[in-house]
Design a protein around this ligand. Structure first.
Ligand code: MG
Length: 272
């Protein structure tokens, strides 16, 4: 089962993809959408085959309370920048206005000459987490998983002490296509995470190579920031980003990007 949002006939619909069908849900906000699933009260009645529908994917949640991101959480990504692995997580933010859905066509941002890609596993919080006592209990606070890209204006990021303008600009967070609930798949701790540009493999690693694990990140953040349902955590990107290739090979207009996490699915977008 996959939970998401679409735009159809100029109307936003929350709904569920089950097999190849779309079941519209009678709900108007993110929190109730997640709660209906948690309470087993999603109503799967009338449906349409996705192949027969004209629609656009939207980000699976409209207004996540917080979007927290983790910098340099794979050792090889630190290494490609000539840095030692981090000893504590680097946390920064994106905003709901950063998000765009699956299959988006993203205009090249005007404030950068080095737009870079970063595929990441996204974790959606389903239960409030504040000052967790143990790392292991963090799993109970996860609603589900999605695929994200932490698009980065690398030249802007490197020119400023804070990363906000280089990381949280409009369209900098392709996300989706949907959320896979955590109770429907094994923990994604041994999943391939990958990204291709125009069919060429650029990033490939395994989520078990995260420096700080999914539950540790939730435990760590919760000590000082209360995590709430609909919050999203981006868990960091593997090596292979364009800025650190030799020569540099960041995104260009016309590029088709495909990215994924093996048990979650595939997220695609392009740059115009
Ligand atoms: Mg990132």
């Amino acid at each position: 089962m996959k939970l998401g949002r679409i735009l159809k006939n100029d109307k936003i619909e929350y709904g569920v993809q089950y097999e190849n069908n779309w079941y519209k849900q009678d709900v108007n906000d993110d929190l109730h959408f997640l709660e209906q699933y948690q309470q087993n009260s999603l109503i799967l009645t009338s449906h349409e085959n996705l192949k027969d529908m004209e629609f656009e994917w939207l980000p699976p949640l409209a207004r996540p309370g917080k979007i927290l991101c983790v910098g340099r959480n794979y050792a090889d990504h630190s290494k490609e920048q000539g840095k030692s692995p981090e000893t504590k997580p680097i946390i920064f933010s994106k905003y709901s206005t950063s998000m765009v859905g699956h299959m988006s066509v993203i205009p090249y941002p005007s404030h950068t000459n080095n737009l870079d890609y970063e595929v990441e596993l996204g974790v959606v919080i389903g239960k409030t987490a504040s000052k967790l006592k143990s790392i292991n209990e963090a799993w109970d606070h996860i609603f589900g998983y999605t695929i994200c890209n932490d698009l980065t204006a690398r030249d802007v990021q490197k020119s400023e002490k804070q990363w906000t303008m280089g990381k949280a600009f409009d369209n900098s967070l392709p996300i989706g296509p949907y959320i896979i609930p955590s109770d429907t798949i094994p923990k994604p701790t041994n999943n391939e995470i990958w990204l291709t540009i125009n069919g060429e493999k650029r990033q490939l690693d395994n989520t078990n190579n995260m420096i700080f694990s999914i539950p540790y990140l939730i435990y760590y953040i919760s000590q000082n920031i209360t995590l709430e349902p609909t919050d999203i955590i981006l868990t960091g990107t593997p090596a292979g980003v364009g800025f650190y290739m030799s020569p540099k090979n960041t995104l260009r207009q016309g590029d088709q990007i495909s990215s994924g996490v093996s048990s979650i699915g595939e997220l695609r977008f392009s740059i115009k």
